[in-house]
Design a protein around this ligand. Structure first.
Ligand code: AKG
Ligand code: FE2
Length: 365
């Protein structure tokens, strides 16, 4: 099975055409576009993932971002340590390898479920914390008044990277714009108001959080870069990585290696969209492992004298911390509604992080 690629251009054309009331907009959507919105919501429901093409996010933009991050991760350990902020729980700046812990390592309930899976679909077993690095960069405005003030942390900009702020902000904003369109289309597809999700995302604690994995040191087949987990945020988006290795689990339990075509973006469902839809759409489980396809890409990169750092351009889009997470619209009448009691998004994030004792950390579990 391959994930379909949804072109966002036709929807973008009509949605940017005017600011009419909600009811007029939905009426103006022609049947083909409505069907496209339904394909978006159906794919998210069945696979927890979606490939999209957004004319505003080009392959060149993605390349500029990856080039800069490769150059950064290739710097020495001593250099990167200067961007480390452990006292701020790594909420900004760099997180070295060996710090992030995958949920499957610490959650016994999850371990039981894994053992019950058919062998062929079982995820790789991580032996310890993830051997990947990460860089955390906040994107977009934060609220003036909030019950969940993030730690007061200045953004961290490494020496010798004059293009850093512009590159991070520009790619971050582009990816958030793509998520917003997907969130609108998904809302229409789920039979909700078009702004049902996006209105809750405003001033959310969105994070551009690329990972960096050193394939020179950890390039053996089977190495687990990110152990089996779900993301605790609303939706996650990644540009294309130069090295494959992401496996996702479909709703029917099947495991699928994801191939992101050039110029496309990958969206994954997080725990917050599961809450808002009362489990109609569940958080997508995934892992990043060195596979035989990663090995092929390593060989090619060596032959072409390219960087052997695998960089992901992950962005975690969140529901605003002060907004309430609860099943929306007709999902409030779902039989599973009791599993999703109303809770402030900020409190929800704190609770999820407490499970793996990573208070103050970002979007992944
Ligand atoms: O490195 C990647 O490709 C994605 C890692 C991941 O799943 C995450 O950052 O939550
Ligand atoms: Fe993840």
């Amino acid at each position: 099975m391959e994930l379909p690629v949804i072109d966002l251009a036709p929807y973008l054309e009509i949605s940017s055409a005017g600011s009419e009331p909600e009811s007029d907009f939905t009426t103006r959507l022609d049947p083909q576009l409505k069907a496209l919105c339904q394909e978006v919501s159906r794919t998210l429901r069945e696979t927890g993932a979606l490939l999209v093409k957004d004319p505003r996010c080009s392959a060149r933009d993605n390349d500029l971002f990856l080039d800069m991050m490769e150059k950064y991760f290739e710097k020495s350990l001593e250099f990167k340590r200067l961007q480390e902020r452990p006292h701020l729980h790594y909420q900004v700046g760099v997180t070295p390898e060996g710090v992030e812990v995958p949920r499957s390592l610490v959650d016994e309930d999850m371990q039981g479920k894994l053992r019950a899976m058919p062998k062929e679909f079982q995820p790789a077993t991580p032996s310890g914390p993830d051997p990947k690095w990460r860089y955390m960069w906040r994107v977009g405005p934060r609220p003036q008044n909030t019950r969940f003030k993030e730690l007061n942390a200045e953004p961290v900009i490494p020496e010798g990277f004059p293009e850093w702020q512009e590159t991070m902000d520009s790619w971050g904003h582009k990816m958030i714009s793509a998520i917003e369109v997907v969130a609108e289309m998904a809302a229409i597809g789920f039979g909700l108001q078009k702004d049902a999700f996006t209105s809750l995302m405003k001033q959310g604690p969105h994070l551009l959080a690329p990972t960096g994995s050193d394939l020179q040191r950890h390039g053996q087949e089977g190495t687990v870069f990110a152990g089996y987990h779900y993301d605790l945020n609303f939706l996650t988006i990644h540009g294309r990585s130069r090295f494959p290795g992401l496996n996702i689990w479909l709703r029917n339990g099947q495991k699928l290696g994801v191939k992101v075509p050039v110029g496309c973006l990958l969206i994954q469902t997080g725990k917050q969209i599961e809450w808002l839809t009362a489990g109609d759409c569940i958080a997508g489980m995934h892992e990043v492992v060195v596979t035989n396809k990663t090995m092929d890409a390593i060989k090619l990169a060596k032959a072409q004298n390219r960087s052997l750092w695998r960089v992901s351009s992950t962005l975690f889009a969140h529901i605003a911390s002060d907004a309430e997470l609860k099943p929306l619209g007709h999902f409030a009448a779902s039989p599973d509604v009791d599993k999703y009691p109303p809770i402030c998004a900020g409190e929800f994030v704190e609770k999820e992080l407490a499970v793996i004792n990573l208070k103050g950390s970002k979007g992944e579990l």
